[in-house]
Design a protein around this ligand. Sequence first.
Ligand SMILES: Nc1ncnc2c1ncn2[C@@H]1O[C@H](COP(=O)(O)OP(=O)(O)O)[C@@H](O)[C@H]1O
Ligand SMILES: [Mg+2]
Length: 285
Amino acid sequence: MIEVDGVSYAYRTGEADAVPALRELDLQIEPGQLVAIIGHNGSGKSTLVKLLTAVLYPTEGGIRVDGVPVDREHQWEVRRKVSVVFQDPDDQLVMNRVEDDVAFGPENLGLPRQEISERVASSLEELGLTEIKDRLVEDLSAGQKQRVAIAGALAMRPRFLILDEPTSLLPVPVALRLISTVRELHRRENMGVLHVTHSMSEAVLFDRVVVLEAGRKILDGTPAEVFRHVERLREVGLDVPLAASLAHRLRARGIPLSGDVLDAADLRRAVSAATGARAPSEHPG
Ligand SMILES: Nc1ncnc2c1ncn2[C@@H]1O[C@H](COP(=O)(O)OP(=O)(O)O)[C@@H](O)[C@H]1O
Ligand SMILES: [Mg+2]
C-alpha cells in the first residue's frame, strides 16, 4: 500500500521564495488499485510522481510504500517497489537495442543472469515486443518506444507502476491500446497502477480518479463520483467526458436522467429510461 500522509513539497529555487507544489496531501493507494490522477498543468502531478519514486523528498509529512519510508536511506528499496514511466520515452530509454534497454533496470538490481533473461523475455512478450527485440530504439515509433519504456519498468517487477502522462505524445488509438495493455497487466500481475493523464476518456477507464488542483487533492472517488462534479471540474479548467457533460446539460433542463453517465452507452440507456422509450426486447415483433 502507498500511504501519503500530510505531504507538502516546495521547490527551493535558490532565492528566498520557495514554490509550493503540493500542500497537505493525504492519499492511500491499495495494492492492485487502478488509479487515474488528473489535474491542470502545474497542479502538482509530476511532483507527486517524483515523491513516490524517491526522486524528491517531502518538505513536510511522510510517505510509505508497503511500510518502507520514502527517504534517502530507503531510496533503492522504494525504487524496487515503484517503477515509473515518463511522458517522453526519449528521456528514459538509455540503451541502443530494445532488449538491452529492457534489461538495464534488472541488471542494475544485480539479479542473477538467468533471472534477468527470464524477466526480460516475459516483459518483451507482454508488451508485444519480442519480434522487435533486436531493433534499435531510435528506429521505433513513439508508441513502440513507450512500450519499451513500460517493458523496462515491468522487468523490475514493481508492486506499483506509475505512468506520468505516457500517452500525451501518442495518437489517440495508440494511446488507448496502451491503456488497455496496462489494464491487462494490472489484472494479471495484481500490480497497482497510477496513471497521470490529461485525457478524460482515459480517466474513465480507471477504478478511481484523483483530482489535483494547486497542489491539493480536490476530488477522489470512482469515475462516476468524480465526473458528477461538472461545475467544480470546469472551475479548475478540466473537462468532463462528453457523455457526462451532455447528461449534466439535460438534467439542468429538467430531464431526470438516472444512474451514472460516463459514456455513450450509459447516455443512451438513461435517455431511453427518462423518455419512456422501451428497450427493443420489450417490443416483440
Ligand atoms: N524544478 C522545479 N523548480 C521550481 N518549480 C517547479 C519545478 N518543477 C515544478 N515546479 C512547480 O511546481 C508546481 C507543480 O508542478 P508539476 O508537479 O510539474 O505539475 P504538473 O505535473 O501537474 O503539471 C508548478 O507550480 C511548477 O511550476
Ligand atoms: Mg507533469
